[in-house]
Design a binder for this molecule. Sequence first.
Ligand code: FE2
Length: 274
Amino acid sequence: MSLEDHVGDILRKARMQSKISMAEASAAAGLSEDDYSALEESGRIVKRTDLFAAAALVGVSGGRLEAIAKGWEPEPLFTECWRELRMITTTSNFSVNCYLVWDEVTREAALFDTGWDAAPIFKHIDENQLDLKHIFITHSHGDHMACLATVRERFPKVRLHSGSKNAPVDQRNRANDFIHLGSLRITNRPTPGHAEDGVTYVVGNWPEDAFHVAFVGDAIFAGSMGKDFHTSEEAKRHIREQILTLPPDTLLCTGHGPITTVKQEREHNPFFAY
Ligand SMILES: [Fe+2]
């Protein structure tokens, strides 16, 4: 799976965050405004471009940006299927990831977002003989919960969890919630920024393995971050404080693009690695 954002996307997001004009960014990169606009659009560097100067101006790491231009991707940790975790990617106008996790003994399952289409979710549930107990919504953007009604229709007793203040009170996350899924333990960390109700869910206590899996929604991507609909400083602060402080081997299951780890993002994400 390729990265969610190419070099042009990253430069544009960072330029919008830092409120730098196209004229200023193109001058720093040594390009005409038309050529800089084409770079943001396509991510292709066709002319000699001072990536480091453009990156410095908009506030991302030039070295990490250059690495992405040369093809950096997170080391693939597993494909879509690893132990009791499934990555399910569905596509409508664009692709979105949701994830299914279960306890190997009790077969109790939790879904993190729903994506566009319930059919592959039901297929995994049926194939593995699971009982869907919980749905955790990372944020209430349409692509992440498009088939929520279909899933709830089949599992009417499923418990919904959300960071939205508009959700019914029994569905709203509380700061110290510990949700048990067999022996797995699920906690929530508010990560607003990309969305007002953004939440990162952390699954820990995997049998035999001392690591965590975090479902981050669109807060952070491999090599990039979600576009901020609120303030970029708030978005970045929550990523730094709530996600990048998790143990280095924590898997980051993102809403778009490939799975990565805390360690890889701390070292390679142009927004955070310096
Ligand atoms: Fe989103």
